[in-house]
Design a protein around this ligand. Structure first.
Ligand SMILES: *Cc1c(COP(=O)(O)O)cnc(C)c1O
Length: 233
């Protein structure tokens, strides 16, 4: 069996090759090591191996894991955020990938103001319109972005996030990743801002995501193996 360092070298090699193919600089890409369902020792192992950005999809699970892990990484929330957990999320996470409504953004702004926090977020977009997934509709992104620009001075929108529909064929994700990039570029143009991040690509389709401009790839299975079916959170 390969150890984590070998796996990371292979993944970084794939990322570098995809960036080279698409004329991108691989240094702008950050791996978000998705440790959900794994223990705190996995977080420590990841950080020792140089994966300094940890992704978790549940606030509660991240809370105990962060306390139990010995090393300091950057923590990213990649799963749905309920409004009653915003305060704890802002205490734990450096980055929230999953802001999917104006209402949630307003809640984050309100709590951040109370805490004196300056949250960094991504707007999550449901590109394929899947009813099983969270994320705002592509057609709602512009309004949400404008609202946050005008009304949420504490929030920095760093870019957009999406999850492609599940498929065995990574190529089927390409159209959604491309459309997310075009959406980001249209916001940049209209509002005269730079949005540095596109969070897209998982274990099955991160190479395609790289080719389409991803800067944050959320990788779990490819790094840590398949997850137990039942979360320990
Ligand atoms: C679990 C999860 C991932 C990682 O998925 P893998 O296929 O294991 O790489 C990425 N993004 C989100 C939002 C997730 O919930």
């Amino acid at each position: 069996m390969k150890d984590l360092n070998e796996i990371i070298a292979e993944v970084r090699g794939n990322i570098a090759a995809a960036c080279a193919r698409s004329g991108r600089d691989a240094s702008e890409v950050e791996i978000v090591a998705v440790t959900k369902t794994h223990g705190a020792e996995t977080v420590d192992e990841a950080i020792r191996a140089g994966l300094l950005t940890i992704g978790e999809n549940k606030v509660r699970e991240a809370e105990w894991k962060k306390k139990a892990s010995a090393s300091a990484g950057q923590w990213h929330l990649i799963g749905h955020l309920q409004s009653n957990k915003v305060r704890r999320a802002l205490e734990i996470f450096d980055f929230i990938h999953s802001v999917d409504s104006i209402k949630l953004a307003d809640r984050i702004e309100f709590i951040a103001d109370d805490m004196g926090a300056l949250p960094h977020i991504l707007l999550e977009v449901n590109m394929a319109g899947e009813s099983s997934k969270t994320g705002m509709r592509p057609s709602d992104v512009r309004e949400a972005f404008e609202h946050i620009q005008k009304n949420c001075p504490r929030i920095t929108v760093e870019g957009l996030m999406t999850m492609a529909p599940y498929s065995e064929d990574p190529e089927s994700s390409r159209v959604y990743f491309r459309e997310l990039r075009l959406l980001k570029e249209s916001l940049e143009k209209e509002f005269g801002v730079r949005l540095p991040h596109l969070s897209m690509g998982m274990s099955g389709d991160y190479v395609v995501a790289m080719e389409e401009g991803a800067t944050l790839v959320r990788l779990g299975t490819v790094l840590f193996g398949s997850r137990p079916k039942i979360s320990q959170a």
